[in-house]
Design a protein around this ligand. Sequence first.
Ligand code: PAF
Length: 277
Amino acid sequence: MDLKLVHTRAELAAAREKLGRLALVPTMGALHEGHRSLIRIARERADHVAVSIFVNPLQFGPNEDFARYPRTLDADVEVCAAEGVALVFAPSAEEMYAADRSVTVSAGPMGDVHEGAFRPGHFDGVLTVVLKLFNLVRPDVAVFGQKDAQQLAMIRRMVADLDVPVEIVGAPTVREPDGLAMSSRNRYLSAEDRAVALALSRALHEGAKHARPAEILTAARAVLDAAGPALSVDYLILVDPETFTEVSDDHRGEAVLAVAARVGGTRLIDNVPLSLG
Ligand code: PAF
């Protein structure tokens, strides 16, 4: 089936009608190998895959990178075509948001901690656009990367709390050969920044060698500290994957070791899922 690129709600509704069981991969474009892996996982879950490409103004703070976020629609559509995507929805901001809009989704307390504490309002913006995309595309399944672990947890929470009839699938983080987690923001990094940025994945790797929460955090922190002042750490946390509350030192079971840091002008996040026995 040939890929259909649509920009309006009306075009989307007409195209959606012709597709059966549909998996949605919501993105902000600048597609890379990580997105390709989400699309491949989506293909296994449904008859057809839709990809949305929309740089959502609601989830960027006033001093964040909304204006310079990479917009590469032609290249993105080529990636989607190569991956067998049936439908790409690439709306304008005006198509997504009415000028007089006033109701948004509130992320609740989980939206105020960790990533949310450094990016106030970010998760309200993410959940608002994701719910709108679900309502417009009407997917059966939606696939999100585990790299944005708190985002994934919040989307699961929204779907459960608001009874949204979409199955949420989390997909493993894809890394460069040297360990750097793939991200559309990696293209902002200079060669020097990129070398410093490797401390994030190394810290997670070192932390994951340990069994007790305190040891995990100490080992990971030592790697981040060794990177020196070029790396400015926002947070390093070991949390419950569903609630994003920090785990106690006698915690057994699933946990997520997550880090956020700034390198040069670029803010990066990364995490690893851990099973503590
Ligand atoms: O993860 C992203 O790329 C975005 O936060 C998402 C889910 C597409 C919402 O804009």
